[in-house]
Design a protein around this ligand. Structure first.
Ligand code: NAG
Ligand code: NAG
Length: 516
């Protein structure tokens, strides 16, 4: 080995340690699919030589160098990740009540962390961090960590960005073309969709204030004392937000410098499949259809007539079907259907012989399918899934089907549609657009985390909209002023014209009078 090589090798080993930052991740929400988006980033940061501490419901099973867990496991993740599909009705009302539903989950996530000893001990030790990464979702009660530990704060969102995060960060979110992520509309709305979107936009801001901001502050004061500043002030200090979005898929919107789209950062290289799956997939003459509704919803909780419709529709296909099924047996299982409890989803989707994916439209599965170029039949259930599905339909990556009204024929037709060559091609094109980036999504995320640490919170990223009173942001004062000016000018003009007319009129009538 040349001396230079040895020298650079030593540098390579030492440098990451010298440059290593202390990074805290705060993920109080027990949803596995959310953590699945954050975990690869935290691991990669540790791998890059940073010292990572992670507060979550999902501690590492095998200890990882540079990665310390603060476990807040309370069992809620078991309940949360085992949902009966009949809890969702897909109704518009349920979609409108979504933020209410999310807020309730947030209260539980809030109480859970603060009452756990591991979390309390952690907080008492007042550790130092260069940057804190925190999920921005349905509770604000962990924001004070940034205030107490005096560290810059980065928000992370594994689903579509929440409307209140836009509000806190001053991100442009004109409801004329930015959909509230809970209803099935995309960026080009009809008149009544814009009415609905705008009403929900206003309603959501009120619900946020009443059900998230105020309760979060109350809980925090109970645990940390009364001198915690308003949470909105801490949120306004957020350096930037990394979101699971990308304009090619979640549609374009104005992005200030602190709104970073890193959709796909969790997607690594696809691996070789286990032998049984590899055989089943490559042996399918007409390709394979993959069916899974994510980690939360268990398919064996389908109402019986839905299971029957699925069995009949999928049984009619010449394709083979891989069906994520958590029960032991599937009654009347057709011969072209394979069931399995756990499946390596990315590796299946990226197999060239997999032609369609029947899914629920959560962003994790959706981005994996888009990454691999597989068209989808989406049956949205809750949260941002309706909006994701609609955006996917617009970008020609799939079709949307309503779970509660579907039957054997509509399901069969939808699958047939996405199996058509033209749909296969448009899904491939979407995949090309999604993957065409100046820098891989993970590298982008790492870059911005290090950027914030390097620039001590990088407050220069924020637009002046952050913390601006609403009346100023909406120009209500300016509009009122201009209206006043317009009124005064119009009135003066009217007054002037009236005076002149009167003068002329009076003069001429005086003349007339004199003549008479
Ligand atoms: C916001 O950040 C500034 C600068 O780092 C700091 O002085 C201030 O205390 C922070 N505000 C809150 C509410 O934490
Ligand atoms: C799902 O919920 C429905 C209605 O509440 C119930 O009838 C059904 O037994 C549940 N399914 C499972 C598998 O728990």
């Amino acid at each position: 080995m040349k001396p230079q090589t040895v020298y650079s090798l030593i540098l390579l080993i030492i440098l990451p340690c010298l440059n290593g930052y202390k990074i805290l991740g705060v993920f109080p929400h027990p949803g596995k699919s959310h953590f699945d988006f954050f975990e690869p980033l935290m691991k990669e940061l540790a791998h890059k030589g940073h010292e990572v501490t992670v507060i979550s419901h999902f501690p590492q099973k095998i200890p990882l160098k540079g990665y310390t867990d603060i476990s807040i496991v309370d069992g809620s993740h078991l309940k949360y990740n085992n949902v009966n599909i009949t809890h969702f009705t897909g109704s518009r009302l349920q979609q409108h009540l979504n933020s209410h539903f999310l807020a309730q989950l947030g209260w539980a996530a809030c109480d859970n962390g603060y009452t756990q000893k591991a979390f309390q001990d952690f907080l008492k030790s007042r550790p130092k961090f260069d940057v804190i990464l925190m999920e921005y979702f349905n509770t604000d009660c962990y924001l004070p960590l940034a205030h107490i530990l005096k560290a810059p704060l980065i928000g992370l969102s594994s689903c579509a960005i929440m409307p209140w995060t836009n509000l806190q960060m001053g991100f442009p979110d004109n409801p004329g073309y930015v959909p509230i992520p809970f209803i099935g509309v995309h960026d080009k709305m009809t008149f009544f969709e814009r009415v609905e979107n705008t009403v929900l936009y206003l309603l959501t801001s009120v619900i946020y204030k009443l059900l998230i901001d105020i309760p979060s502050h109350e809980t925090v004061k109970k645990h940390l004392g009364d001198d915690i500043p308003p949470l909105s002030e801490i949120a306004a200090n957020t350096s930037l937000v990394l979101t699971n979005m990308h304009f090619s898929l979640t549609l374009p919107r104005p992005l200030p410098p602190g709104f970073i789209e890193v959709s796909g950062m969790n997607i690594g290289k696809s691996k070789k499949l286990p032998e049984n799956l590899e055989k089943w997939i490559s042996g399918a003459t007409h390709g394979v259809v993959y069916l899974s509704l994510g980690s939360m919803i268990k398919l064996h909780t389908f109402p019986e007539e839905k299971t029957k419709a699925f069995l009949k529709a999928l049984g009619r296909l010449p394709q083979r079907v891989i069906w994520k099924w958590e029960a032991e047996t599937l009654p009347d299982q057709p011969s072209n259907v394979m069931i399995q409890k756990w499946l390596p989803q990315l590796d299946i989707l990226c197999h060239p012989n997999v032609k369609a994916y029947i899914a629920h439209g959560g962003l994790l599965g959706t981005t994996e399918a888009v990454h691999c170029g597989v068209p989808m039949v989406v049956l949205p259930q809750f949260g941002d899934q309706f909006t994701n599905a609609k955006a996917l339909e617009k970008t020609k990556g799939g079709v949307v089907l309503d779970f509660w009204s579907l039957n054997e024929n509509t399901l069969y037709d939808a699958v047939k549609t996405v199996l058509e060559p033209s749909f296969q091609e448009s899904a491939k094109q979407l995949s090309d657009r999604f993957n065409d980036r100046p820098m891989p999504a993970m590298d982008t995320a790492i870059y911005w985390v290090e950027y914030v640490a390097r620039h001590k919170g990088a407050p220069h990223l924020k637009t002046a909209a952050v913390g601006m009173p609403l009346y100023q942001y909406l120009l209500i004062d300016v509009i009122a002023f201009l209206l006043l000016v317009l009124f005064v000018v119009t009135y003066m003009f009217y007054f002037l014209v009236r005076t002149i007319f009167r003068k002329i009129f009076v003069r001429s009538s005086v003349k007339k009078l004199k003549k008479n």
